[in-house]
Design a protein around this ligand. Structure first.
Ligand SMILES: [Ca+2]
Length: 254
């Protein structure tokens, strides 16, 4: 074959292949086009591909503290909520205390404080851009400082026989106490003191020593478990050496 014939054959082959490919597209494309047009004519044939159904969003709450005092702001963050096929367009908060709540497209991050102690169920409903919703909740325990007392200053001494070498301060624990914070301050020379806390059955809960010079301080926290027994607890302070002034405070939270 001459070069001219070879080129001609190649061109023909290419054109045939192209024709098949284009024809294929046309063949494949045509039914879709006719179907589309036909769908309009007959008012909705059974062969239509329905629009993808909207997927519901997913509500998420993050909170900075699930146990707070009354009047302390809690930060509620719903901005971690998500929607796989759209976006969160609206947030609705119910703080569970009968307040008006909070809502709006920008209410993803809100603060709220509680006036009264109690257990509150906070609900967040999120709405996506196609009006589908989802709800989640979190429980907040609000406590109040139900008992507060201070001890007057007592001078204790191991050296002076006219002064006591130990003293004790009582405080009452009622049912459902959540936490107690006890703070005891010492002012003296070179002293050594012991602090013991015993419950109403006489069981020792805490034993701390402070052997500071001039001033010292012992801060103690009793847990809900340590406060499970009701009645009069004692803070017992004894002076092992030197002389020292003792004062302090107790807060029991419920
Ligand atoms: Ca969606």
């Amino acid at each position: 074959m001459s070069k001219g014939i070879v080129v001609a054959v190649v061109v023909v082959v290419v054109l045939v292949v192209l024709g098949v490919v284009i024809g294929g597209f046309v063949l494949v494309g045509l039914p879709m086009i006719t179907d589309f047009i036909g769908g309009g004519d007959d008012g909705g044939g059974g062969n239509e591909t329905p629009p993808a159904a909207n997927k519901a969003p997913h509500a998420v709450i993050e909170v900075n503290n699930t146990r707070v005092r009354t009047a302390i702001n809690v930060s509620f963050d719903g901005t971690g909520s998500w929607d796989t096929d759209g976006n969160i367009s609206y947030y609705i908060w119910d703080f569970g205390d009968g307040s008006g709540g909070a809502s709006g497209p920008n209410a993803g991050l809100v603060n709220h404080s509680y006036a009264d102690a109690g257990t509150y169920h906070v609900n967040l409903t999120v709405r996506d851009d196609k009006a589908a919703t989802n709800k989640t909740s979190v429980t907040i325990i609000v406590t109040t400082q139900d008992f507060h007392d201070t001890f007057g200053t007592v001078l204790m001494s191991r050296n002076n026989p006219l002064l006591p070498s130990n003293t004790s301060f009582p405080f009452e624990v009622k049912e459902d106490a959540l936490r107690a914070n006890i703070s005891i301050s010492f002012v003296g020379g070179d002293f050594d003191v012991d602090v013991r806390i015993v419950n109403s059955a006489g069981t020792l809960l805490v034993n701390e020593t402070d052997d500071s010079i001039l001033s010292g301080r012992v801060d103690l926290e009793l847990s809900e478990k340590q406060l499970s027994r009701t009645g009069n607890y004692q803070i017992e302070v004894s002076c092992n050496s030197g002389s020292v002034y003792v004062s302090g405070s107790v807060d029991v939270e419920y």
